[in-house]
Write a protein that binds this ligand. Structure first.
Ligand code: PGA
Length: 250
């Protein structure tokens, strides 16, 4: 799989219903000319996906994704959505294992891997999110935490499948806190993930690894210039069309 980098992804979390989604794209599309030298993805709430598809019209340069999928195709799972449903509704991408789900809702590494597999089976590209808490970092456990989160993915995925997944390194202490990892912190974590991928893949550099955590127009350039950083996953600063357009412009 070849994905144009940098990847600029906006994770809206639980923000923007259909009307606010339409309003966002009205402005954002005006500010953002079609370009092919990067991958732009927006992750609206699933309920706003249809509004986003309609608002994008023929702007095939902007992709859409869902913030989570269930690992089963259908069944008695109240409140959940499945990957085939998301694909049918227009999602080409899915986040898996965002820290707000791992830490807020108790999702385990095994569950996250199963969700990523479900996404792949539905033709959706997963972005697997990993990252450590401040306490884990201060205890010197960054690499072991990343390894623990990665383990079921490495176990379940064949090499070709692994090569078709994207990763996002999102240190929990940098998410929504205004505290950004330095480019060197991001590079070090990304290099570790890449070393692990290199134990399985001939070309681990071909698997994009995004950085997430308080990315804004003011710091995006230096983060994207850091070694091993192939894109950004942006929460707060993706909600405003001007700011997301500035991030996409780079
Ligand atoms: P933030 O969120 O940019 O608001 O820190 C990032 C994320 O959770 O993906």
């Amino acid at each position: 799989m070849s994905v144009a980098t940098p990847v600029i992804a906006g994770n809206w979390k639980m923000h923007k219903g259909p009307a606010a989604t339409r309003a966002f794209f009205d402005t954002f599309l005006e500010l953002s000319p079609h370009r092919t030298d990067r991958t732009v993805i927006v992750f609206p709430p699933a309920l706003s996906l249809a509004a986003a598809v309609a608002a994008l019209g023929d702007r095939s340069d902007i992709a859409l994704g869902v913030q989570d999928v269930h690992w089963e195709v259908e069944g008695a799972f109240t409140g959940d959505i499945s990957a085939p449903m998301a694909a049918e509704a227009g999602a080409a991408w899915a986040l898996a294992g965002h820290s707000e789900r791992r830490h807020g809702l108790g999702e385990l590494p095994e569950t996250v891997a199963r969700k990523a597999i479900a996404a792949r089976r539905a033709g959706i590209t997963p972005i697997l999110c990993v990252g450590e808490t401040l306490e884990e970092r201060e205890d010197g456990r960054l690499e072991s935490v990343l390894d623990h989160q990665l383990a079921p993915v490495l176990r379940h995925f064949e090499d070709a499948e692994l090569a078709a997944v994207l990763f996002a390194y999102e240190p929990v202490w940098a998410i929504g806190t205004g505290r950004t990892a330095t480019p060197a912190d991001a590079s070090a974590a990304h290099a570790h993930l890449r070393r692990r991928l290199g134990e399985r893949l001939a070309d681990p550099a071909a698997v994009p690894i995004l950085y997430g955590g308080s990315v804004k127009p003011a710091n995006v350039r230096e983060l994207l210039a850091a070694p091993d950083v192939d894109g950004v996953l942006v929460g707060g600063a993706s909600l405003d069309p001007q700011s997301f357009a500035a991030l996409v412009a780079g």
